[in-house]
Design a protein around this ligand. Structure first.
Ligand code: NCD
Length: 335
């Protein structure tokens, strides 16, 4: 099964070639917009989406569902495994009265027959009003958006970005700690291949925060992400030792080592259990702080801290549905 672009594909315009190139801020409303990168979000845009997400939360808690997106169809196109992102987008659409075309197993679609990504999205947009895409290649969502006329929402493009995850992460931090400015935020684990931390770091750089990047030596935050932080004049520290920083952080954002991105499995085995957040570590943490994780977790957070009030990862995952409801309503012109 080939997931690569056809070799005869026309060159893409420079501003639409993938996660590394910042997109312009959304300035004229979300209707009809692609959501490809967190670089599209200004603080005003974020306030707006968080406001709508909060309304969606109230709606779900009071009524369960609404008919805002009745008659609209979402194509959910996943070339990589997913539980939360995929099912929360589907739940978001269904709770707003819309319908879904779920293509979670591309091996049963014409992708197996060799169909290219451009042709697959051009097919789906004949039937759907918006396409959510997860794909193993960096820049795949931008490529899809180049060919599609309907909005494309990036649900993860390889090691690039995961903008909707970063939005729900930021929303969670605000809900849990009631502010962003002034926070000290540690990102722990696979900062090289983890697309969630790439997007979250860039998005947080819109605020006056301080970063601590905690990673095994071979899995550092990419230079282009550090550059975004530096360009904003924000402070960051890099260390391999989570114990050295735990007592001083407001957010501990833990990530899984991304096994599927490694070519050398012996190297993966050496780093996979590098960090374990357990009860002992948490005794050194502030009383008011949060532990977050995009999930799935492997061994990096002990089950023993799931009931610690500072463990926010299950609340974080629930927030994903509210954020995705807000984004779908916004790009379909109903927010
Ligand atoms: C993340 C992803 O797919 O990047 N999962 C998610 O969407 N919540 C994180 C991961 O797979 O480790």
């Amino acid at each position: 099964m080939s997931l690569t672009m056809p070799t005869n594909s026309p060159l893409l315009p420079p501003s639409r070639t993938g996660g590394a190139v910042p997109a312009d801020h959304i300035t004229n409303g979300f209707y009809g917009q692609d959501i490809l990168s967190v670089s599209q979000f200004s603080r005003d845009n974020l306030d707006y989406i968080f406001g709508v997400a909060h309304e969606m939360q109230v709606l779900v808690e009071r009524f369960g569902s609404a008919d805002l997106l009745q008659g609209k169809i979402l194509a959910n196109l996943f070339y990589e495994p997913s539980t939360r992102t995929s099912s929360s987008f589907m739940a978001a659409m269904l709770r707003l009265g819309g319908q879904i075309i779920p293509i979670n197993n591309v091996q049963y679609s014409s992708v197996t027959k060799g169909e290219s990504l451009p042709d697959t999205v051009r097919t789906l947009e004949c039937y759907a009003d918006v396409i959510v895409l997860r794909h193993p290649e960096l820049g795949a969502a931008a490529t899809a958006a180049h060919y599609a006329t309907k909005p494309i929402i990036n649900a993860g493009d390889g090691v690039g970005e995961h903008p909707t995850q970063a939005l729900l992460d930021l929303f969670t931090i605000v809900q849990e700690l009631e502010r962003l400015d002034g926070l000290r935020i540690a990102m722990v684990g696979d900062l090289k291949y983890g697309r969630t931390v790439h997007s979250l770091t860039k998005l947080l750089s819109n605020y006056n925060v301080e970063f601590v990047f905690v990673n095994p030596a071979i899995l550092p935050m990419p230079a282009d992400v550090l550059q975004v932080v530096e360009n904003k004049g924000l402070r960051f520290q890099q260390t391999q030792d989570v114990h050295a920083v735990i007592s001083d952080v407001d957010v501990l954002y833990v990530t899984r080592v991304q096994k599927e991105r490694f070519t050398d499995m012996a190297q993966y085995d050496r780093v996979k259990d590098h960090y374990v957040v357990d009860e002992e570590l948490m005794t050194h943490a502030k009383e008011r702080m949060v532990v977050m994780h995009p999930l799935p977790r492997l061994n990096e957070i002990s089950y023993a801290i799931d009931n610690d009030p500072r463990a926010a990862y299950f609340r974080q995952m629930r927030n994903g549905m509210f954020i995705r409801m807000a984004l779908l309503a916004a790009v379909l012109g109903k927010a």
